[in-house]
Design a protein around this ligand. Structure first.
Ligand SMILES: Nc1ncnc2c1ncn2[C@@H]1O[C@H](COP(=O)(O)OP(=O)(O)OP(=O)(O)O)[C@@H](O)[C@H]1O
Ligand SMILES: [Mg+2]
Length: 260
């Protein structure tokens, strides 16, 4: 078993050498992988989740997403930072959901609860047939999931990549949101071209932890906001839709009252 610090960005030659250099893995290593997080990675390795973290796909204020390799292929690992005040930017509804799950206000526990929440929401969405990465497991502040990509190359975000067939992309997105709202009974709450990946010209939704139950009083308003922002991007791509039509296509947040 290698030392924990040999599990993250091991210096072996691989196809992404350039990219790894470009993204300054050393800096990322220092910022994300405090001792406890390294041990978490080591534990996931010993559980057989993956063998190494290869390079950062994305690093942000709250967390980083890394490509992982293992005997069974590639995975994505999302690591929430323990060092920043992660949840300052959270909207009230998300924080409220989180507080319910965490047993106290201890920051580490909040982060762990958030990670667990992302895992369980991904599972719930998969069960409803929504295109999201398959969740494989989590431990503390690390979530292991399917790598959305092709042959180990992560798929681009809709923000950076226009689908070739925008109408078909839109239709698939509507279908995903219908299932999300109608079957999984969740509203994403942060839907944007940054949180939709394009794989084989079809959408894959990510970043679902802030999703809320359709029963939540703010759910209809959040869905409206989600589709309103998104409709603008779709129109730019040439899709003939607007917020109202998009919302209608997705269907109601709550089932209509039964008519007797
Ligand atoms: N399962 C995945 N497969 C491939 N790429 C992924 C996966 N999950 C996330 N990514 C990439 O990592 C980026 C950040 O992921 P995500 O949106 O879940 O985190 P975030 O909390 O919004 O992070 P940030 O604060 O950096 O925006 C995504 O834009 C996407 O490019
Ligand atoms: Mg995101």
């Amino acid at each position: 078993m290698p030392r924990p610090d040999e599990l993250v960005f091991p210096s072996r030659r691989e196809r992404y050498e350039d990219r790894r250099t470009e993204r300054q893995p050393k800096k990322v290593l220092d910022e994300f992988f405090d001792h406890r997080t390294l041990l978490t990675v080591a534990r996931l390795v010993s559980q057989g989740q993956f063998e190494t973290l290869d390079f950062p796909i994305s690093t942000g204020k709250e967390g980083g997403v890394f490509r992982a390799s293992g005997p069974g292929g590639f995975r994505a690992v999302k690591v929430y930072r323990m060092s920043n005040s992660v949840f300052k930017r959270l909207p009230a509804h998300a924080l409220e959901a989180l507080r319910r799950e965490a047993s106290d206000r201890n920051r580490a526990r909040l982060i762990y609860a958030w990670t667990r929440r992302e895992h369980s929401i991904l599972r719930r969405l998969r069960e409803a047939g929504v295109e999201v990465p398959e969740p494989y497991g989590y431990l503390r502040n690390a979530l292991v999931m399917e790598l959305v990509g092709e042959e180990g190359v992560p798929s681009p975000r809709l923000q950076d990549h226009d689908p070739e067939d925008p109408e078909a992309f839109y239709a698939a997105l509507v279908e995903d949101l219908r299932r999300m709202v109608g079957q999984a009974r969740l509203v994403h709450g942060d839907l944007s071209p940054y949180n939709v990946l394009v794989r084989e010209d079809r959408p894959v939704l990510i970043d679902v932890a802030q999703s809320i139950e359709t029963e939540h009083p703010q759910a209809p308003e959040l869905l409206r906001r989600d589709v309103t922002n998104f409709a603008r991007h779709l129109r730019r791509l040439g899709v003939d839709t607007d917020a109202e039509r998009f919302l209608e296509a997705v269907g109601p947040v709550a089932p209509p009252a039964e008519v007797v």
